[in-house]
Every structure is written in C-alpha cells, then in structure tokens.
Design a protein around this ligand. Sequence first.
Ligand code: AMP
Length: 191
Amino acid sequence: MIRLILLGPPGAGKGTQAARLATELGIPHISTGVILRDAARAGTELGLKAKEIMDRGQLVGDDVMLGIIRERLAEDDCGGGFILDGFPRTIPQAEALDALLGEAETPPLAVANLELDENELRRRIAGRRGEDQRSDDSEETMLNRFHVYQKQTAPLLDYYRDRVSAIDGRGTVDAVFERLTSLLTSTKERA
Ligand code: AMP
C-alpha cells in the first residue's frame, strides 16, 4: 500500500505526476485544489469563499482544509492508499494529518518533494496560462502563491526531514514519473 504526499512549489508538476501515479497504482489522487475549484464551480458557500482566497493566492484556513481532508480520507477508496497533492500546506495541517492517520499506522507516509528552480517554475506557469484556465495563474496571483509557498509550505520540508525524498523535477513528464516510481519501489522494499 502506498500513501504518498507530493510536495513542491506551484508549477513543479505535482498535479500532473499525482494524476499519473494514481492511475498507475489504482489509488485515488486527492488534490485539495481540485476539491476547492469543484466546490467553487458548484457555487457552494464554501466554494465561493474559497474562490476569493484562491484568486488572491492565499491559503484557505486550516480548519476548513482539515474538515475537507478528514471527510475525503474516510471514503472507502482511500483504504488501499492515496496520493495527496496540495495537502498539507502548513505545519498545523501536517500535524493534524499525522494525528488523523495515527502514528502506529504502517506503512508510514512517504513524502516526495518535487524540486525545480524558480526560473523554470515561472516558465511552466506562464505556459499553463490559457491552457487549463486556472483563475489563479495570473502574474500577480502567481507571485503571491510563491511567497505563500516560501513562508507557509516550505517549512514542511523540515517537518518531514526524516521521511522526505528530493525528486528532480526537471525534464519531461516521463522522466520525472520514472524518478517517482523508482522512489516508491525503493520505499516499498524498505517497508
Ligand atoms: P493547488 O491546485 O494545489 O495549487 O491549490 C490552489 C489553491 O487552493 C491554493 O493556492 C490555495 O488557495 C487553495 N488550497 C489548496 N490546497 C490547500 C491547502 N491544503 N490549504 C490551504 N489552501 C489550499
């Protein structure tokens, strides 16, 4: 069973890789960004509030996010493992996730950090504009998202220092996918 958290700055390719891994492994891809965008599209109260925050490049509150993730992980399809993309994004979220999953659970959560330098990130996000039409890929919001990432999410690398593996995010989707699958194979062998 694989339970993986994909970390990395905006534009590093988390969504693409998580979707592909999930298909390959037959486990759910849980993207909190997708859940929030779906809620916004559906026009729910939560979704509309979240959209305002997302469009500014800020983070939705920890309590709201925890409620979402608690419900999602309780669904039957998560019993055989899952891939988390975009959660956790703050230390309190990571602590709550640990509490939710229980320390005694095996295998432990695997954590992969997709690494890419800032120039490449900017290039990729610029290329994404107009492609999947995310309202938070504008220049201004993007700068904010980087800033928020540095301040609130990058500290997770220290929080997970005992279990995080760095993955080189450069190159083609296939090349990065290959690196991730070999990481998961070696994690499995160690478990
Ligand atoms: P993403 O699709 O992961 O880039 O997420 C898009 C936006 O959704 C983020 O910029 C946040 O505004 C919001 N969001 C997604 N996941 C979280 C989370 N775990 N905590 C707080 N906000 C989140």
